[in-house]
Each structure stands twice: as structure tokens, then as C-alpha cells.
Design a protein around this ligand. Structure first.
Ligand code: SF4
Length: 287
């Protein structure tokens, strides 16, 4: 059992400091993310290495368009998330317990070494809930490039530490409004914005994704604010604006191609690389 990182003892309880939720846990209790638990007085990373999926994907599927385009990447992720997005497109493996298989780091390295491209993506759900597994992987295989597809909802110190070992990251920014984060995702915006800046400053290849939900996060004003923020960090950060489909607890109609293209038009006023996702657009899809 791998001991969890980033916590303090608070009397008989343990306070997790990995993400802003800072769960205060008693003996036998799991954190909100279901990936960390107090067992016999120790704080244990119980999701360690237990994967819901293992696949070889085109890197564009992450999506990453400006990091080794045309390559394939071994992809896997935990049965865990620390947000509760009502529209989660992967809720069956992120928001509820599902079958997993333990994959030892040595076995994962062996799988990657047998591929043409020496890269791995921790993705599908929330890879930061595998914090210790990813760091242990990085220590054992520093020659393999690590990619994260993440919500970046994690405290500053563990995020900065993790970014030392990551080559590329796609951050899923859910909205540019804090009330959306609080009401729809169970999180907060500021920490995500701060972590975007940190990743950029630390030289990690960075791309961003925003899932457009009609009437919820796709107003002209919000898209303008989001694009201006990204441009203030670096106007060359690629932004993927993707169509949403009804999923999990969200029943709003799907985003239309016209709405995605309109969002792309707005973002393109401020950013160099804007791409449509989940719909085909002759102007904004990657050919
Ligand atoms: S990582 Fe999990 S246990 Fe730790 S504070 Fe966040 S939700 Fe709670």
C-alpha cells in the first residue's frame, strides 16, 4: 500500500492537502475523490495503479494538436475524480465505483517500451487522483514523456511539484465563471487559472479544452473573458472548443456546429490556435 502525499494530522483525523477540498477524514473514511483513505492511522493512496482503461490512442484524441502530432500514446486513468461535473462525459468511470485492474509501474513501462512512441497519457478521468502513481512512474522511467489530461483542480504546491515531471498537459477549463464551477462542477475557478499560469511558467507544453454547454458557459461575454485571459498568459496556447452532448445529470440539448464555430470566431480574435472539437467544422477542425 502506497502512503499518500500531502496531508497533515489534525488530532485523530487526517486532513488531505492535495486538492482544495482539503477533506478531513477519520479512521476508515475515504476522501471525496474515493482515491485516498485512512487505514490503521495511515493515509493511503488506495486507487494507486488501479486503472479503468488501457488503450493506445492518437495523441490528437487527448486532445493535443501541437505536441508530437501524428503519434500514438498509451493512455490510462484511475476510477476517481475530485470534481462532480453534472455534464461529465466519462461519469461511468469517474463518478462511481467500477471494475479496475492493477497495473504495476514496471508492467506499464514494459507496455510503453513496446510502442513506437515513448509516451504515456494519464487521462480519461482525473489523473491527479493518481498523484503518487504518476510520480513513482516518473522516478522509474524518466525517459518516457508524461502527458496529463486534467481538471488542474489541485493545490499549488503539489501542482508545481508534479509539473517538474510532466512534458505536456491539456487542462479542461470548465467555464470562466466561478459560479459555474461551484454550481455545476463542485469546484472553484481561481485555482485552475493559477495552475494554468504555473504550468506555462514552468515550460510545460500546454493546451486547453472548454466544453461548450448551450446557455450555460457559451455566452459571448464569457468566451471573450476566457480568451482574453488565455491571451494574457500566451496567445499561442491552443484552445479546443468542443461540442457537448447530454450526459450524466445534464439534459440540455447538444451544442450545434454553428455554436461551436461562433465560439471559435470569438476566441480567434485573441488567440492564434483555436480548434473545434466533437463536430466537424471546415474552418476550425484540424485537417
Ligand atoms: S484529493 Fe481527494 S481526499 Fe484529498 S482533498 Fe481532494 S477530494 Fe479530498
Amino acid at each position: 500500500m502506497r502512503k499518500a502525499m500531502y496531508y497533515t494530522n489534525e488530532g485523530e483525523k487526517i486532513k488531505c492537502l492535495l486538492c482544495p477540498r482539503e477533506c478531513l477524514l477519520s479512521e476508515g473514511q475515504k476522501g471525496f475523490c474515493r482515491s485516498r483513505e485512512v487505514i490503521n492511522g495511515s493515509f493511503v493512496a488506495t486507487a494507486y495503479g488501479k486503472t479503468t482503461s488501457l488503450a493506445l490512442d492518437p495523441i490528437e484524441k487527448k486532445p493535443l494538436y501541437h505536441f508530437h502530432p501524428g503519434s500514438m500514446i498509451v493512455s490510462l486513468g484511475p476510477n476517481s475524480c475530485n470534481l462532480t461535473c453534472k455534464f461529465c462525459q466519462n461519469w461511468e468511470i469517474s463518478q462511481q465505483d467500477c471494475p479496475t485492474r492493477y497495473l504495476a509501474i514496471e508492467d506499464l513501462i514494459e507496455i510503453i517500451k513496446n510502442q513506437q512512441d515513448q509516451k504515456v497519457a494519464f487521462t480519461y478521468t482525473e489523473p491527479l487522483m493518481w498523484y503518487e502513481y504518476i510520480l513513482d512512474f516518473a522516478a522509474k522511467a524518466p525517459e518516457i514523456d508524461i502527458v496529463l489530461v486534467t481538471n488542474a483542480y489541485i493545490n499549488k504546491e503539489p501542482w508545481s511539484n508534479m509539473m517538474q515531471y510532466v512534458k505536456a498537459v491539456n487542462i479542461d477549463i470548465k467555464s470562466f465563471r466561478d459560479d459555474f464551477y461551484r454550481n455545476i462542477c463542485g469546484g472553484t475557478l481561481e485555482v485552475v487559472l493559477s495552475n494554468i499560469i504555473i504550468a506555462k511558467e514552468m515550460g510545460v507544453h500546454l493546451e486547453l479544452t472548454n466544453l461548450l454547454i448551450p446557455g450555460y458557459n457559451n455566452s459571448d461575454e464569457e468566451l471573450t473573458n476566457l480568451s482574453q485571459f488565455i491571451a494574457s498568459v500566451d496567445k499561442n496556447i491552443p484552445l479546443h472548443l468542443s461540442a457537448y452532448y447530454p450526459c450524466y445529470k445534464m439534459t440540455v440539448r447538444p451544442t450545434t456546429r454553428e455554436e461551436v464555430e461562433h465560439a471559435c470566431e470569438i476566441a480567434s480574435k485573441y488567440l492564434t490556435y483555436v480548434y473545434a472539437g466533437n463536430v466537424y467544422s471546415s474552418r476550425y477542425s484540424r485537417s
